[in-house]
Design a protein around this ligand. Structure first.
Ligand SMILES: [Fe+2]
Length: 314
């Protein structure tokens, strides 16, 4: 399921000299050179590391060359608790406050929600409803552990990267967001989880980006999701990245609206799709949806079509 999103993006971005707002980086596993190189080259407003960082020195030391070039955010992955060094170089770093896990932060104009870590069945098997989880919180786990099982007087180090039901539920009940970043994948991935989809839908996000599986996947382009899905989803490989919003040239190569957007309009409006695309709309600064999408606003037009399809009024 390899997608050309990343390698093509390099070429396109260089050609267009465009500065991305946000860039998402797949699991570094200790090698932060591709992150530094990409930030120096593309100069995004902000970046998000998608977990399994395993910095070899404190993260702020590893990323010193780009600290003043971009805003750095991350979520943690399961391997960030593999060793004391993995843990300390992340949670003990001066960038530790940039962990998006369990909260929503406005970054580069987007409300970005984060869910780091992975599901572990000792705590919660997400094939079961969250209410039936074995342990509701890290505190409940700590109480169940014998003193010798604890790490630094808290839960075992490995479980510092476990998704706990109370953290998940707190995020689920948060205000709306634009983007959800997760280490685990949504259900469309063979090893993904419906709980991620449900979180994305409750948050009303237009985009889910995940790491963990070391694959570049554009689920719509791969035909694994339809454009009518409530959100778009991408996986990002280690050493690779995804820029957001997508370059409009990337989706079409022609300056016309993306193919999936035209398909979505056809699904929503049937034979009247072209008439809707050609009619100026007040939510699009008086431009037609077709022109607005072709000018880089395809995400907004896609959100409008999704809202109409799911019963909203636009
Ligand atoms: Fe992982």
């Amino acid at each position: 399921m390899k997608s050309p999103i990343s390698s093509d993006l390099h070429a396109r971005s260089e050609h267009n000299q465009s500065k991305p707002k946000l860039m998402f980086f797949g699991d570094p596993h200790g090698d932060l050179d591709p992150v530094i190189a990409a930030v120096e080259r593309f100069q995004p407003e902000a970046i998000v590391l998608l977990g399994d960082i395993q910095a070899r020195r404190p993260l702020h030391v590893e990323l010193r060359p780009i600290l003043d070039l971009t805003e750095i955010w991350f979520i943690h992955g399961n391997h960030d608790t593999d060793s004391d060094a993995d843990y300390d170089n992340l949670w003990g770093s001066e960038l530790a406050t940039r962990n998006l896990h369990g909260r929503i932060v406005e970054i580069a104009g987007f409300k970005v929600a984060g869910l780091g870590g992975i599901f572990r069945s000792k705590v919660w098997d997400p094939r079961r409803p969250v209410e039936e989880a074995a342990l509701a919180s890290a505190d409940a786990l700590r109480r169940s552990m014998r003193p010798e099982e604890r790490w630094r007087d808290g839960i075992a180090r490995r479980h510092r990267s476990t998704i706990f039901p109370d953290e998940y539920l707190q995020l689920l009940r948060s205000p709306l967001a634009d983007i959800l970043v997760t280490h685990e994948a949504p259900a469309v991935h063979p090893h993904g989880w419906k709980a991620i989809d449900e979180l994305a839908e409750m948050l009303g996000v237009q985009l889910v980006v995940h790491g963990h599986h070391h694959q570049n996947i554009d689920y719509v382009a791969e035909g694994l999701m339809t454009a009518a899905a409530p959100f778009r989803a991408f996986g990002v490989d280690m050493g690779s990245h995804l820029a957001w919003p997508l370059d409009p040239q990337e989706e079409t190569g022609s300056g016309s609206p993306p193919r999936d957007l035209l398909d979505l309009a056809a699904q929503v409006f049937g034979a009247a799709a072209q008439a809707w695309l050609d009619k100026p709309h007040e939510l699009l600064d008086g431009q037609t949806p077709e022109a607005f999408a072709a000018g880089g606003g395809s995400d907004k037009v896609r959100s409008m079509l999704n809202a109409i399809q799911h019963g909203g009024v636009v």
